[in-house]
Write a protein that binds this ligand. Structure first.
Ligand SMILES: Cc1ncc(COP(=O)(O)O)c(C=O)c1O
Length: 395
């Protein structure tokens, strides 16, 4: 165990099963450890570094902003916050935004907003329908929203007001809808739950049901948004428009920021009902503005779509070569590879030794979520490593 691993074991809450590497530097799609070893990064800060590590457009904006103004209170107007608000709203189907600091906090705010809407327009309805295998964050309410037993069970009793139903099952949503329901909350493609892609008509059916019953549709685009699936927002690919959408992860290129976006009809907070000390501060919003502007101006979503198709086609070749790969699935640059047995940890360790970082999503599943700026060269490099690793792995 090296020095930093000992410090971690002694002082840090033991909440993470870490990979034994101490990273000190990142640039583009590469990171370096403290011994100067280089890795190709297909984890991307957990689907965060959409522009790669330390992109100059973001670091320059951060330096400039850090020298000017880092924090005020939301009592005052600040320019980075309002520039980012305008950019997001002008490039989405939503009308208003609120900034916070993380994905879980954005989802909490979205659920508060839906409850407020329920009080005002749905006779006090407060329940939110979410799906099994979803992931919405680690706060108490968001683990109640997250339809996964392993996250919920250690912390029961959980806050009330959430009903978890089967994913990709419109009838289950219809059955769970009562006079107490104020919203349905979904990830367009489930990320943490296994890169689960819905049937073509599922999301349109959910939206039609929400419209018919007058309840709100909340899309959690924390992992799928900001170009990850090959369009700026995933909802564009499914021909739907959420009433409320949440963002975080890729929004600040690694500077913590989350956002709740809502249609005018659902923007029902009045002064005093929601807030955040750091949310929307000038530093985080300068990073957000530089990030979103670059994504838009350089068609980063288009690159994710094209390179993602290439990645999937190359992974399919590996699937045909190695019978223990059962499936490759994904959209854009959010892709999973499924094995017949629990070899994901061994594959991860062997890839690490060869200089490639991948994510073990489940014991039998790897996930690839590289920066969206990568090219086919980097995919080839990663796939060479993966190919030789899979050839040597004992199944
Ligand atoms: C879809 C989705 N929602 C919410 C979250 C929680 O975000 P955060 O970790 O920033 O609270 C995540 C994190 O992985 C996520 O993937």
């Amino acid at each position: 165990m090296n020095h930093w691993q000992e410090i971690e074991q002694k002082y840090y809450m033991q909440t993470f099963k870490r990979v034994p590497v101490t990273l000190v530097k990142g640039q583009g799609a590469r990171v370096w450890d403290e011994d100067g070893r280089q890795y190709l990064d297909f984890v991307g800060g957990w689907a965060v570094t959409n522009l790669g590590h330390c992109h100059p457009a973001v670091t320059e904006a951060l330096i400039e902003q850090a020298q000017a103004l880092i924090q005020t209170s939301n009592q005052f107007y600040t320019i980075p916050q309002l520039r980012l608000a305008e950019l997001l709203i002008e490039n989405s189907c939503l009308d208003r935004v609120f900034f916070c600091n993380s994905g879980a906090e954005a989802n909490e705010g979205a659920v508060k907003l839906a409850r407020r809407y329920g009080k005002l327009h749905l006779k006090g309805a407060y329940e939110v329908i979410t799906t099994m295998s979803s992931f919405h964050g680690r706060t108490l309410a968001m683990i109640a929203a997250t339809g996964q037993e392993k996250f919920q069970q250690p912390f029961v009793p959980l806050p009330v007001g959430f009903v978890n139903v089967g994913y990709n099952d419109i009838e289950a949503i219809k059955k769970a809808t009562t006079s107490q329901t104020c919203a349905v909350m979904l990830e367009p493609v489930q990320g943490e739950g296994g890169v689960n892609i819905p049937d073509d008509n599922y999301l349109t059916a959910v939206q039609a049901w929400c419209d018919q019953t007058g309840i709100l549709l909340i899309l959690d685009e924390i992992q799928t948004g900001l170009g990850r699936l090959g369009t700026l927002f995933a909802y564009e690919q499914y021909g739907i428009e959420p009433d409320i959408m949440t963002l975080a992860k890729g929004l600040g290129s690694g500077v913590p920021i989350g956002a709740i976006l809502a249609k005018d009809k659902a923007s029902v907070f009045v002064p005093g009902e929601h807030g955040s000390t750091f949310g929307g501060n000038p530093l985080a919003c300068a990073a957000g503005y530089a990030t979103v502007k670059f994504i838009l101006e350089h068609d980063i979503a288009g690159n994710a779509r094209r390179v993602g198709q290439y990645l999937i086609s190359q992974l399919e070749k590996l699937r045909r070569k190695f019978p223990f790969i059962t499936e490759v699935r994904g959209r854009g640059l959010l892709v999973a590879m499924v094995f017949t047995s629990d070899i994901a940890d061994s594959v991860l360790t062997a890839c690490l030794d060869k200089g490639l970082l991948v994510n073990r999503l489940k014991p039998n599943m790897l996930r690839f979520m590289p920066p969206l700026i990568i090219g086919t060269d980097e995919v080839d490099e990663a796939l060479d490593i993966l190919d030789s690793t899979l050839a040597s792995i004992k199944v």
